[in-house]
Design a protein around this ligand. Sequence first.
Ligand code: MN
Ligand code: MN
Length: 466
Amino acid sequence: MSESKAKDLKEELFTKKKNAGFILNENDIKEADDFCKGYMSFLDAAKTEREAVCEAVNMLEENGFVEYNFDKDLKSGDKIYINNRGKAIIAAIIGSDDVSKGFKINAAHIDSPRLDLKQNPIYEDNQIGFFKTHYYGGIKKYQWTAIPLALHGVIINSKNEKIEVKIGEEENDPVFCVCDLLPHLATQQMKRTLSEGVKGEELNIIIGSRPFKDDKESEMVKLNIIKILNEKYGIAEDDFISAELEAVPAFKAKDIGFDRSMIGSYGQDDRVCAYTALKALLDCNGVPKKTVITVLTDKEETGSDGNTGLNSSYLNYFIYDLAEKLGGRPRQVISASECLSADVNAAFDPTFPDVLEIRNASKINYGVCVTKFTGSRGKSGTSDASAEFVAKIRNLLDSKNVIWQTGELGKVDLGGGGTVAQYIANLNIDVIDVGVPVLSMHAPFEITSKIDTYMAYKAFKVFIED
Ligand code: MN
Ligand code: MN
């Protein structure tokens, strides 16, 4: 007992949540820092959904997972994965419990905002070569000018051969760039609103400037570029029509701060949860009681529609088929299942305090963030997790010493956003958002805390091991 009754009562009754830097010892912090080295390599290797699937397949196969198509029988301890069109992946470990008790799912997304090339991208204007782009996901367009861009993706040629493209990542690779206007001549542009400061049709990427030597013909810069592409990839102009090429920031993941406490990188929404959820599955201790599933999905940033997005039936089909294969009644199994929607939240930024309500905003270094609901205004477009399920997750995290916080995305009237949680909830699964707070979300260079990232990994791991 201290001399102050009020102090004792506060100690007993008030929340004890605080910066994890005050809670963790040096060893814990080193563990988090070491864990994040692997994460940062993943960020550099997996800048697109296709590359994330490739990396995931490598990691899964190294850990004994095999590709599966429901042809063979399954037994507890089996490790399988299903690759959905090279852009989404589901991996699972078959549990030992009665299948009717349901599955445990961690679901993250591996697509990130970027500049896609249009299907007729290449042109020449005043003897400079360009690609036309169509942005993907929610971006602040001005952020994508005057930074080095790399080009990733695939081209399927007229013989149906797949050509992989990845240029701008190696030390000696060329990079590409969207130009912006010099301030000296930007008087009119500066009067535009921030959202119109650079318009969608102005996000044109510079790709060359030297003409093919024949001054009797026109479009010699474009010809010279296509000639280079033809020599390098064997393609002609029409092959872009059947291509998916994504311009992404060319820089690599870096430590941020003198104390190296944070990570700066492109694509952390949501590869920070994709990597941690995948690692949690790979590191799952022994054979889990319930069958555990990690889903890395595509198309979250455009609303989850499309056959590689979670609003399609591919996860549903997988759970149904797996339930049947294991001798369960699919509808019973799916209804008994539980899911963590592994996605990021907006971290409180002291430079822009007005958009978040400080008592209910996530803060970096306060641990993994549990978000009861997303959506906008009056909770539209969301799954609102039940108090019962929130309690279950909260008590689990507390009992396993996972440092966590709660937070919602912005002030009530201000905006909002969604995750895949609603699509999973619509399958009649209990689901809640759990993920890492991010500063500068959707910018070409996003910031997370190493401790929060490590706590996300721990949260996804204790959830499937429970
Ligand atoms: Mn996200
Ligand atoms: Mn996002």
